[in-house]
Design a protein around this ligand. Structure first.
Ligand code: AMP
Length: 112
C-alpha cells in the first residue's frame, strides 16, 4: 500500500484524527496553511474527483456534512471557512487519494 492516506486509514502512520465514521476520516493537515486546516477523506481509495461514480453522491455529501459539523464544533462556522478539492496535476493535487480541505480560523481572502 503506497498511498499515504490509505496508510493513515489503516493506522500505519500517525495522524491527529478529528472525526471518523465507517466511510470517512478527518485529520489535521501535516503542513497547515491556516490556523485550522484539516483533511477529510473517504476510507475507500478513490484517486481523485475524476474517478467518482454516480453512486458516490452520498459519500461526497457526507464528506461536506462532516466538514460542516467539524467547523461548527470548532467554532469557526460563524466567521466562515473554505472547502477545497484539488484534482489532478493542473489542479495542484499532491496526494492521489481524494480529499477535501477544510481551512479556517483567519480571514483567508480571495483565492489566488
Ligand atoms: P493536495 O495538494 O490537495 O493533494 O493536498 C495534500 C495535502 O496533504 C497537503 O496539504 C499536505 O500537507 C497533506 N499531507 C501530506 N501528507 C500528510 C500526512 N502524512 N498527514 C497529514 N497531511 C498530509
Amino acid at each position: 500500500m503506497d498511498c499515504v492516506f490509505c496508510r493513515i486509514v489503516a493506522q500505519e502512520i500517525p495522524a491527529t484524527i478529528r472525526h471518523e465514521t465507517a466511510d470517512l476520516v478527518a485529520f489535521d493537515d501535516l503542513h497547515p496553511r491556516a490556523p485550522f486546516h484539516i483533511l477529510l477523506i473517504p476510507k475507500r481509495h478513490i484517486p481523485s474527483v475524476r474517478e467518482l461514480m454516480d453512486t458516490d453522491a452520498k459519500l461526497m455529501g457526507d464528506l461536506i456534512g462532516a466538514a460542516r459539523t467539524i467547523a461548527q464544533a470548532q467554532g469557526i462556522a460563524p466567521g466562515g471557512y473554505r472547502l477545497v478539492i484539488n484534482c489532478g496535476q493542473d489542479g495542484g493535487q499532491e496526494v492521489a487519494h481524494l480529499h477535501l480541505h477544510l481551512l479556517g480560523g483567519k480571514r483567508l481572502g480571495a483565492m489566488a
